[in-house]
Design a binder for this molecule. Structure first.
Ligand code: MRU
Length: 339
């Protein structure tokens, strides 16, 4: 894995050899972004069946349950992790031959990754017509190749629109506290030749007035049946500002990011992270303390944007436009479950 903690200062590649290594890479944010976490977890199980010395099929199934549970405990909010683990678990379900189990796990894991890559491409193609030549797109967090197994979700739409010849520019929010926008999105945009302007999160409102923002696009970590969206902390603020400034707020998410078991965003478990992530900032030489070391802190990693602020959900199977207060639950269900 390309270690996201070291970017943009250094490109450090991690060699991960077991499930525990991948689990720790997810927990410590060496890999992050909902689809990328799902892909990494699936591949961890493939790695496991290729390296384990267990030969008995029942023992292998039991062991895989334990490894799967370990990966499931890494991060709670992005549903892609659970989607990927479920896909691998379903593939090996009921198998009683250890070679068959190994093959099923490897195939299913590789399918998770391949499907996400294809989903990113299709999602970009569905989203590109929503962007016009000259659009200035405000985005938050990271939603490109680093966060997925393909070209990205929200940033994938920008890439697809630019590939069609449209001059689309990005305004990236730095995304405190962990600065995914500053460290990852701006790095990826510069590498790919996408015009980008980096601003701090507090500049978002003024950017609507002065930088000519014409679209806001965010990715998602979990989307409910009515279209409430959990995404990186700060996304809800972007949605509110888009509403006030009459700018369409779009959410780009593959169907693996939808959780049809949940209707309301208030039921999404929001990861709360360490206080020091807010009290400190990480630069190229390590962490710097910014605040009193004992100041009380609240550090939710995600927020929930209510469906009524989301103009459209862009998926690999097409675009759903909101026509009422929330998205039509049947339409969302049909889109996500259609094969
Ligand atoms: O905490 P992170 O970096 O894993 O959070 C990532 C996000 O919230 C992304 O915006 C989301 O996964 C977008 S989909 C590529």
């Amino acid at each position: 894995l390309l270690d996201q903690r070291a970017l943009p200062h250094a490109e450090v590649w991690l060699q991960l050899r077991d499930v525990e290594g991948v689990a720790q890479a997810i927990e410590t944010l060496a890999v992050r972004g909902a689809p990328a976490i799902g892909g990494a977890a699936a591949l961890a199980l493939a790695l496991h069946v290729r390296t384990t010395s267990i030969v008995d099929a029942t023992a292998l199934q039991d062991d895989l349950d334990v490894q799967t549970a370990r990966l499931a405990r890494t991060r709670p909010t992005a549903v892609n992790l659970f989607f990927a683990l479920d896909a691998v678990t379903r593939a090996r379900h009921g198998l009683t031959d250890s070679d068959a189990i190994r093959h099923a796990v490897v195939d299913a894991a590789e399918r998770v990754v391949d499907d996400d890559e294809a989903a990113c491409t299709a999602l970009g193609n569905h989203g590109a017509p929503l962007l016009a030549d000259g659009d200035v797109v405000l985005t938050i967090c990271h939603t490109g190749a680093l966060a997925t197994c393909g070209q990205g979700t929200a940033l994938g739409i920008v890439k697809a629109a630019r590939a069609q010849g449209k001059d689309v520019r990005v305004v990236a929010l730095e995304t405190r506290p962990l600065l995914q926008g500053a460290r990852l999105t701006s790095w990826e945009c510069l590498r790919e030749g996408i015009p980008v302007t980096l601003i701090t999160d507090g500049m978002a409102a003024f950017a609507f007035q002065r930088l000519g923002i014409t679209r806001a696009i965010a990715g998602a970590d979990r989307v409910t049946r009515r279209g409430d969206v959990a995404n990186k902390i700060g996304t809800y603020g972007v949605a509110c500002l888009s509403h006030v400034h009459d700018v369409p707020f779009l959410v780009a998410a593959p169907t693996s990011t939808f959780d049809l078991e949940l209707v309301h965003g208030s039921d999404i478990v929001i990861e709360e992270r360490a206080a020091d992530e807010v009290r400190k900032a990480r630069g190229d030489t390590g962490w710097t303390t910014l605040a009193p070391v004992d100041v009380p802190v609240w550090n939710p990693a995600f927020d929930v944007t209510p469906a009524h602020f989301v103009h459209a959900l862009v998926t690999e199977r097409g675009v759903l436009h909101r026509t009422r207060e929330a998205f039509d639950e049947d339409a969302v269900t049909q889109l996500v479950t259609r094969s």
